[in-house]
Design a protein around this ligand. Structure first.
Ligand code: NAP
Length: 394
């Protein structure tokens, strides 16, 4: 049987672009995926074609891959099936719209856009042009996440009524970031909420919303501790989800921050970062919420089932490594971004226009929650990155 090959164009050459593109390199068979394959056929840098060329070499793209010195050039490349947008979130709307306008399918990094209005317009454009569009919330596609959702839908922990999720990491902003850094800079839609808080919300949503038939959006109450630049350094949200066919009203508590740590000693001694609780027990997920590798099922009847979920890869001795932000996984172990890439390949092969485990409607509901949280706490971002005008030079 011939394999379906997905040809990727990588838009931007920063930290996560490298990690993602590197994860496309190992043969998918090393994770039991036999019917698809990925190839990086192009990369574009906003600074120069040389930078894109260097990037292609670093991620082991084939010699034939094309390097572009602007995003606008790459979107015209007929050899590219799908574009991975990996700029700061302030730029996602403009960059993803550029791709869609040019007729390209898009996988766009999280947070999807700066606000829900932009997200809505991207969805509208993708539908108009019959293109695939997905927010790159990679964690949703992990076998670990599939397992957690199955624990819930199977009824093992009974009707769920509460979930907690924390993605906090100590990176004292005034010591770690200069004012221009995308983690704190309002011009780049900085702050904990849009960068890290989205993962805490991901866990609340994929356990209280994705798992339900016809779920309704939650009510939200939130608090923010601001950084000196006006972006948030810590945010806590309480979400009240209306009853569904399979459970009553449910509460989600999502928190995120840059001063405290969800896992101070890095060994899980402080307990799980995520707890999803039902009448018969709970399922726990350990830090980090974006790339967890350990779960624990704890039931009222005394059952305790711990599971480990190492990321697959070509293995030791392969001479291949991946990681993010200076932290490398063991030799031969994947980062885990290939699961979402596989989802894109299956969707394009089968003619689907959205991801299976977070559809566009759910991405939009989450963007609306983040809009409301910012509004409740007076976190304004510059008009040029909140605008729905297109094109705008940023
Ligand atoms: N899924 C994950 O685990 C994960 C992890 C980290 C970040 N992210 C998301 O990925 C996105 C990028 O994060 P990152 O850590 O890769 O950022 P980064 O290292 O700063 O890279 C961003 C890249 O975007 C391009 N860019 C274009 N205009 C820019 C501007 N005005 N300022 C800065 N960069 C600009 C640059 O590449 P060129 O100029 O070469 O095009 C730059 O290298 C963010 O939305 C973030 O939330 C996801």
């Amino acid at each position: 049987m011939s394999k379906f090959q997905l040809k990727w164009g990588i838009l931007a050459t920063g930290g996560i672009a490298e990690t993602f593109a590197r994860d496309l390199y190992p043969n998918p068979e090393c994770r039991g995926v036999k019917d698809i394959e990925h190839v990086v056929v192009a990369a574009a840098s906003s600074s120069s074609a040389d930078r894109a060329q260097k990037f292609l070499k670093e991620v082991r793209a084939p010699e034939s891959a094309k390097a572009y010195g602007s995003y606008a050039e790459m979107v015209k490349d007929p050899n590219v099936d799908i574009i991975y947008v990996a700029t700061p979130h302030s730029h996602h709307y403009q960059n993803a719209m550029l791709c869609l306008e040019a007729g390209k399918n898009v996988l766009c990094e999280k947070a999807f856009t700066t606000n829900a209005a932009q997200c809505e317009l991207l969805i509208k454009k993708a539908k108009e042009k019959n293109l695939f569009l997905m927010e790159a919330v990679w964690t949703r596609y992990f076998p670990l996440s599939i397992y957690v959702r199955e624990v819930i839908t199977s009824g093992k922990i009974g009707p769920v009524s509460r979930a907690y999720a924390d993605l906090s990491q100590t990176m004292i902003p005034e010591k770690t970031f200069d004012d221009g850094h995308r983690m704190v800079n309002p011009d780049l839609a900085g702050g904990a909420l849009l960068d890290l808080g989205i993962y805490a919300l991901t866990w609340i949503f994929q356990t209280l919303y994705t798992t339900e038939k016809n779920p309704k959006p939650p009510k939200v109450l939130s608090f923010m501790r601001k950084y000196k630049l006006g972006t948030d350094e810590q945010t806590t949200m309480i979400l009240d989800f209306p009853p569904t066919d399979s459970r009553g009203e449910a509460h989600g508590i999502a928190t995120t921050g840059m001063r405290t740590h969800a896992d101070p000693d890095g060994k899980g001694s402080a307990g799980p970062a995520i707890r999803v609780q039902g009448e018969l027990g709970e399922v726990q997920v350990f830090h980090p919420a974006y790339r967890p590798t350990r779960t624990k099922l704890v039931l009222n009847d005394g059952t305790v089932e711990e599971k480990h979920w190492p990321q697959p890869g070509p293995g030791k001795g392969s001479g291949w490594k991946n990681g993010f932000g200076g932290g490398w996984q063991e030799e031969g172990e994947g980062q885990g971004m290939f699961w979402e890439a596989d989802e894109c390949a299956y969707a394009l092969r089968d003619g689907r226009k959205e991801g299976r485990y977070e559809n566009l409607e759910e991405s939009l509901v989450i963007m609306r929650v983040m809009d409301e949280v910012r509004q409740q706490n007076g976190m304004k971002l510059p008009e040029k990155i909140e605008t729905t005008d297109y094109p705008v030079e940023l």
